[in-house]
Design a protein around this ligand. Structure first.
Ligand code: ATP
Ligand code: MG
Length: 441
């Protein structure tokens, strides 16, 4: 039976694992972490302690250790969470050239059960098994690295947009009607009324751009997609950007700059994590290639794939053409009927709209465009799409009070991370993914 915790008392961390280096030789330190491994060899026990910044070796010599310490080390189970107080000794063979000779160890928590898999081991586990006990899976260096990179990506996106005067907003996720059409919405009971989970902050961010001019939101979007693919989730995170007094060309440039900043930052700040994942980031060369929808159709036709003009381009179809464009690029100038009602048709060719999809090979990472800023035109487009303008009155009425020309995009954060760290399954890059088959943990 595991003992109750020794308790934290007045112990506080003085150093992270990684900071225990030869220059601290002789210094007293207190560290905390999880026991990654224990190796007993003659009169010496080596404990590898794992904390948020890496590992440190704790070495117990039977000869000159107190009995109470030895008893504790004797029964110490792997994966326990412990605190260690001791003195640093410089030693070439230890990780980062130093070890801790402990004077006291506190056992703060011990596993009550065998772990279903060894997070520090080499045996690959199925993703479902890992997701069922995600907390343990996150101890795996690879999973752990993905989420540290994800955090740096979020930070650098904010950094980039803040430095360009964008303000961060939060819009409601419980809404009364569809943003983009009736399908793919999760209904819920809102007191005695029907409501829905928001599939996108689109209309709100457009209203906010009319006031704040440059806005962005990083938040969840909910899609009741029925199919199970490696790129779709029921709950995803979207980076939504909207700007006044610009068009789709300007926001494509903004997105390009953001991409470059993020990739450069991850390259600089996530060296260890990228090495753990065995990922070499490709440097971003700007400007990115812009291929028109018409050109894509032409390329596809050359490859023997016939697509009716006006149709959306599905992933299997795009597979053919992504051999020519395997990396980041834009597909621009989509047929108006293939895009949402709020996208602005081109003046000189209204069957085509001022729109883009930001792609990585055949994977869609973002959609964006210039937006319609005229109430009458927007109402017409709603009707053409078979939507009832009455349901959008809360939005349409804002157009009575001045809406500037504006443009923006929605970038799927999870899809972007997936591409960045080179994994096939979007579930790998989401802490607790939601799909038609998964609602826990
Ligand atoms: P797709 O055609 O790939 O289903 P979409 O065109 O329906 O995507 P948009 O409405 O354009 O998606 O949303 C903007 C971005 O949000 C997408 O480019 C994608 O990166 C991301 N996204 C949309 N739906 C999902 C989803 N179900 N799971 C994960 N990411 C999504
Ligand atoms: Mg899209």
């Amino acid at each position: 039976m595991p003992k109750i915790s020794d308790g934290l008392d007045d112990w506080r961390r003085t150093h992270y694992s990684r900071e225990v280096t030869p220059d601290l030789d002789g210094a007293s330190v207190t560290v905390f972490g999880r026991v990654q491994s224990i190796r007993r060899q003659g009169g010496i026990t080596f404990i590898i302690l794992n904390d948020m910044k890496g590992i440190v070796q704790v070495t117990v010599h039977r000869e000159n250790s107190e009995r109470s310490l030895l008893e504790k080390v004797e029964r110490l189970p792997q994966y326990s969470l412990i605190g260690v107080r001791g003195v640093v000794r410089s030693i070439v063979k230890a990780p980062h050239g130093a070890e801790i000779l402990p004077s006291e160890i506190k056992i703060l928590s011990e596993p009550r059960k065998d772990l279903p898999f060894d997070p520090y081991g080499r045996v690959e586990q199925s993703i479902d098994k890992r997701l069922d006990l995600r907390m343990v899976d996150l101890l795996r260096p690879q999973s752990n690295a993905i989420f540290k990179i994800r955090s740096v990506v979020l930070e650098s996106i904010r950094e980039y947009l803040y430095s360009r005067d964008f303000i961060e907003v939060n819009t409601p996720k419980i809404i009364s009607s569809a943003t983009e059409g009736g399908a793919a919405l999760f209904p819920l009971l809102y007191y005695d009324k029907e409501a829905f989970l928001a599939q996108s902050p689109q209309l709100y961010k457009e209203q906010l751009a009319a006031v704040f001019e440059k806005v962005f939101e990083i938040g969840p979007i909910f899609r009741a997609e029925q199919f199970r693919t490696l790129k779709h989730l029921s709950e995803a995170v979207s980076v939504d950007v909207e700007q006044a007094y610009v068009n789709y060309i300007d926001v494509m440039e903004l997105l390009e700059g953001m991409l470059k900043h993020v990739v450069d930052t991850v390259h600089k700040r996530c060296e260890c994590e990228l090495a753990t994942l065995n990922v070499k980031l490709e440097p971003v060369k700007l400007p990115l290639k812009r291929v028109t929808y018409d050109e894509v159709l032409h390329i596809l036709e050359g490859g023997g794939v016939k697509v009716e003009w006006g149709e959306d381009l599905s992933t299997p179809i795009l597979k053919t053409y992504s051999k020519i464009f395997p990396s980041y690029h834009f597909i621009i100038d989509w047929p108006t009927k293939s895009k949402a009602f709020y996208i602005k048709p081109k003046r000189d060719r209204p069957e085509v709209c001022e729109s883009f999809d930001f792609m990585y090979g055949s994977v869609e990472l973002a959609s964006g465009g210039s937006r319609i800023d005229d109430r009458k035109e927007l109402t017409e487009r709603l009707k053409e799409k078979g939507l009832n303008p009455k349901n959008f009155e809360y939005h349409l009425k804002t157009f009575n009070y001045g809406i500037p020309p504006h443009a923006g995009f929605g970038l799927g954060l999870d899809r972007f991370i997936m591409v960045l760290v080179g994994v096939e399954n979007i579930r790998e890059v989401v802490l607790y993914p939601r799909d038609p088959q998964r609602l826990t943990p």
